[in-house]
Structures are given as structure tokens and as C-alpha cells.
Design a protein around this ligand. Sequence first.
Ligand code: SAH
Length: 220
Amino acid sequence: MFHEILGNKYDAYLAFIRRTMIQDQIAARGVKDPRVLAAMEHVCRHCFVTEDMVSRAYEDYPLPIHRGQTISQPYIVALMSELAGLKGGEKVLEVGTGSGYQTAVLAELASAVYTVEIFPDLAEQAAEKLGKLGYKNINFRTGNGAMGWGENAPYDAIIVTCAAKHVPAALTAQLKEGGRLVIPVGDEPQDLTLITKTHDELIEKKICQVRFVPLLKAEG
Ligand code: SAH
């Protein structure tokens, strides 16, 4: 509706509130990586929400998408992206494509993104959207992401956007030496956990408490 009345002015307005979101919700809470902040400024979150949620796209919340799933809160997307420690040349695995919003942010930060979604229709919609937005470095798969995506392993970073009871062994196995796994673990609220693989040892650090939808199906 707003777009019909305001046309391009509405896009300019959305870009303005996106910058405000970055200052007030993301930088203000301590996310510093300039590449992450630039990616969050570049990716239009309103492109990934359902039509009735466009006017709320830059609020400080997760929002409902189809299949009872959610698009993550912007701050959490930025925080998880920063924790992945991406410099630009990496290969990244995402578990839980959902709307494709986090996927787009990762595609801005790394050279190749592999993303796995359990619901075929969500995967299809995200692939279509990300294709239209011009991303060429994203590979999609439908299936149980707890098993990872072995054919393209190992990964520099793995981001899991649904909550696991335990860290799936397949994911740590598919991590490169020095690689980072960012994953919400445990019962709600879960611990957002950063796992770093060093000399084949896994070093775990709890970052903060988060609320994610559950990782579905058996864990690998
Ligand atoms: N990154 C997404 C978050 C979506 S919510 C976004 O910002 O939009 C988490 C997603 O994980 C949902 O789409 C859900 O369907 C998916 N999911 C749940 N269990 C999964 C599994 N075992 N394998 C792959 N995807 C899974």
C-alpha cells in the first residue's frame, strides 16, 4: 500500500530506517566488524518478510514466515555473522535457509555459501528471491541440515539458524581446521555457542542466550 502511494520514496524511507536499525540495534549492542555492518546495510530485510510484515521489517524482532518458521532478529543475524569471522574468501555452510535473509548476509561476506533447508517450499522461495536479487554464490539444498552437506566439506564456517539439543557431530566433522561453528544449543532459551576447531580439538564458548525455532528431525 505504502509503495503504491509513495513509489520510490518508500524505498528511500526503508533504506533510511535500515540505517537507523544498524545504529540503534546492531552497532549500539557492540557489533563492530565493518564488513558485517556494510552487509546489513546492503541487504533489504523487507525483501525477505511476508507482504503484511514489510512495514515492520526493520523492527528489533524475529518475524513469522511460512511453515511456522521465523526470520531471525536483525541483531542476531549480525552477531552470528560477526562470530563466523569471515574475511571474504571463505566457504560457508548455513543450516536453516528459511527466508534466505541470513543467507544473503553470508553471501555478501564470503565467497561461497551452501545452505540447507528442510522444507522444500521455503528453500524454493528463498532460491528464487536470492536469484532475483542477483546472488550467484549461493548453493541450495533441501534436506536435513543436521547432516551438513558432506560433498562440499570442509567449511571455514558453519552457521545454524535453528536450535539443536546437542551439537550435531556431522557439523563439527565438516568444519575446517581453524573453522568456526555458530549454533544455538540446549533448551529454550538456548545458548548461542561458538565452537572453534583447533588441532582437531573443539573449543566451546557460550556467547549469550537466544530463542530459535527447533532443528527438526534426527540430529546427525
Ligand atoms: N536464517 C533464517 C532462519 C529461519 S528459522 C532466516 O533468517 O530466515 C530456521 C529455519 O531452519 C527454518 O526455515 C526451518 O524450516 C529450518 N530447519 C529446521 N530444522 C532443519 C533441519 N534439520 N535442516 C534444515 N533446516 C531446518
